[in-house]
Design a binder for this molecule. Structure first.
Ligand code: ZN
Length: 242
């Protein structure tokens, strides 16, 4: 049993198709999507169409809520707000229906998933420090919690003696007596300095969790963003992974 986990697609069709090809090559049995399917990128309807066709357990992110008017646009910075307003105009009815069907959190066996933080999903708070991460373990009861939102991947392990530590390896063994808070990074707009799409695989039988980076046609995605009249910065940053 192999689970593919991914987040923050942000309407980047080229990154999403590369990632889905990777998942099918790895014979993934179940997909978990951790939110922000739209916003920033030029292909919101196309990305939603792709995800809808898959057996994918998905949740909403702040951008998905923003385009539906379910989160106040004052929350967002100028570039993000412009992209959300643009996206809201592009979405067809079936795309809106799909986004509206996404819950704020979800479960899959011993896995909990929420876009921003387990503590208060609808506040869209970022988990940026070990201290902030430590608190989060009180707000889910499953062994593993996957988050997205910051577009910067991390793996945090909480031992049976309540020690909370950051793990820098890309590949880890999930230990039965530990719990995990894992940010799976971003498919469509990574911000950790690596411009490639970030995805994760969890081999449930062998208890191996691993993060991967997948190349895609960034130039084509950038051209589409500029042609759509979206802020140029949203195209530039893709090549920088920032
Ligand atoms: Zn995002």
């Amino acid at each position: 049993m192999v689970i593919g986990i991914f987040s923050d697609v942000h309407a980047n069709f080229e990154a999403l198709t590369s990632v889905l090809n990777f998942f099918s090559a790895k014979k993934v049995n179940q997909l978990l999507f951790v939110g922000d399917l739209v916003g920033y990128g030029a292909n919101p309807n196309e990305c939603i169409e792709l995800i809808k066709k898959l057996n994918c357990r998905a949740i909403a992110g702040n951008h998905d809520y923003g385009v539906l008017g379910k989160t106040d646009l004052d929350y967002f910075n100028d570039q993000a707000r412009i992209a959300i307003e643009w996206t809201a105009k592009q979405l067809d009815e079936s795309s809106k229906t799909y986004l509206n069907s996404l819950p704020l959190d979800n479960k899959y066996d011993s896995i909990f998933m929420v876009h921003a933080s387990p503590q208060k999903p609808s506040s869209w708070n970022y988990i940026l420090t070990l201290e902030q991460a430590q608190t989060q373990f009180e707000f889910f009861k499953e062994q593993i919690c996957f988050v997205g939102h910051s577009h910067c991947p991390f793996i945090i392990e909480k031992t049976h003696t309540n020690e909370v530590k950051l793990i820098t390896n890309q590949k880890i063994i999930i230990k039965d007596n530990c719990r995990y808070l894992i940010n799976v990074g971003s498919v469509g707009q990574p911000r950790d300095g690596d411009s490639r799409a970030c995805v994760s695989l969890f081999d449930v039988d062998n208890k191996i969790f691993e993060m991967y980076r997948i190349s895609y046609d960034i130039t084509l995605t950038q051209k589409k963003i500029i042609a759509a009249g979206l802020p140029k910065f949203l195209a530039v940053r893709l090549a920088q992974g920032r």
